[in-house]
Design a protein around this ligand. Structure first.
Ligand code: NAP
Length: 269
C-alpha cells in the first residue's frame, strides 16, 4: 500500500476517533490508530483493511504516560511512515470539582487532552512543512465556547485552549505559505462512549434527542472543514446556534444559563 497518505488518529478505539479512521480509510488513506485498548484497535484495523484495502497500523499507548507521544512517533518511524494528517482526538471528561479531585487526576487530564495534542503537533509540523502538506484536526468541543461550569473543571479551559491553539497554528502555516491546515472541531453532544466513561449517561439521557449528533456527520464536517482550510468547525445547526449564542449573549447571562444547565450534564461528586 506504499504511496497512500497516512493519518495518525489518537483515541481511535471508540466513538469519534474510530469514525475518523473509517472516513480517512474510505478516502484511500492509510491509518495509524492509537489508544490504550489494543484489542479494539486491532479489530478496527482488520475491519478497515478488509473493507477499504488500505493499511492500518495500531499502537497501544496511554497518553497520560510520560513519553507516550515520543513512543508513538518512534513506532511510526520504525515502520518507515511519515504523518500527513494528525487527528488529536483522545479525550474524556473528568467528573468532580477542583476540590474533590486529586492533582494526579488533573495532571493526567491536562496531559492527555492538551499537552500531548500540542506535543504531537509540534513534533510533526517540521516534517509537514518540509513536504509542504499537512492536515491537523484538534477535537475540541462546544464547551470551549461556553462559560466555565461547576464540575469537570478543566474541560472547558482545555477545549478553549485547543481552539485558540488551532487558530494560531493555522495562521502561522498560512503566513509561512505552507499547504498545512489546522482545524479545531467543536462537537456538541455526540453519541459515543464519552458519557458512559465519565458516568454522566443517565444525566445526559435527559437532554432532548435534537441536541445529539451521530459521530459520522461530526467527522464529515471536520474533514470537510480541514480540507477547505477552516480554522474552527462547529458541526450541526443546533451546535452552530449554541456557539453563536455564547458570542452574543452578555457574559453574566451566559454564566447564569451555564450555572443552571451545567447541573444537567456536569457531575460534581
Ligand atoms: N461525545 C461527545 O459528546 C463529545 C462532545 C464534544 C467533544 N468531544 C470530544 O471528542 C473526543 C473523542 O471523544 P468520544 O466522544 O469519541 O469519546 P469515547 O467514545 O469515550 O472515545 C474516547 C477515546 O479516547 C481514548 N482515550 C481516553 N483516555 C486515553 C488515554 N489516557 N490514552 C489514550 N487514549 C485515551 C479512548 O481509548 P482507550 O480507552 O482505548 O484508551 C477512546 O478511543 C474527546 O476529545 C472529547 O472530549 C466529545
Amino acid at each position: 500500500m506504499a504511496g497512500n497518505r497516512l493519518a495518525l488518529i489518537t483515541g481511535a478505539s471508540a466513538g469519534i476517533g474510530a469514525e475518523f479512521a473509517r472516513q480517512y480509510a474510505a478516502k484511500g488513506w492509510d491509518v495509524a490508530l492509537t489508544a490504550r485498548r489494543l484489542d479494539r484497535l486491532d479489530g478496527l484495523a482488520r475491519e478497515i483493511e478488509e473493507k477499504y484495502k488500505v493499511s492500518a497500523m495500531t499502537i497501544s499507548q496511554d497518553l497520560a504516560r510520560d513519553g507516550a507521544a515520543d513512543t508513538i512517533l518512534h513506532e511510526l518511524k520504525e515502520a518507515g511512515r511519515h504523518v500527513d494528517a494528525l487527528v488529536n482526538n483522545a479525550g474524556y471528561g473528568l467528573p468532580g470539582t477542583f476540590f474533590n479531585t486529586s492533582w494526579k487526576e488533573q495532571a493526567d487530564f491536562i496531559r492527555v487532552l492538551y499537552t500531548v495534542p500540542i506535543e504531537l503537533t509540534h513534533k510533526l509540523l517540521p516534517g509537514m512543512a518540509e513536504r509542504d502538506f499537512g492536515r491537523i484536526i484538534n477535537v475540541a468541543s462546544l464547551a470551549g465556547y461556553a462559560p466555565g461550569s461547576s464540575g469537570h473543571t478543566l474541560y472547558a479551559s482545555v477545549k478553549a485552549g485547543l481552539i485558540k491553539f488551532s487558530e494560531s497554528v493555522h495562521a502561522e502555516a498560512e503566513t509561512a505559505g505552507h499547504d498545512i491546515h489546522c482545524t479545531a472541531l467543536c462537537p456538541g453532544f455526540t453519541w459515543t462512549e464519552f458519557h458512559d466513561v465519565n458516568g454522566t449517561r443517565e444525566m445526559t439521557n435527559e437532554s432532548p434527542e435534537w441536541m445529539w449528533m451521530e459521530a459520522a456527520p461530526v467527522v464529515k464536517a471536520g474533514l470537510e472543514g480541514v480540507a477547505r482550510g477552516q480554522p474552527v468547525v462547529v458541526p450541526g445547526m443546533v451546535n452552530k446556534g449554541v456557539a453563536t449564542l455564547t458570542r452574543i449573549l452578555p457574559e453574566p447571562v451566559g454564566r447564569a444559563i451555564m450555572k443552571k444547565q451545567g447541573k444537567r450534564f456536569r457531575k460534581v461528586d
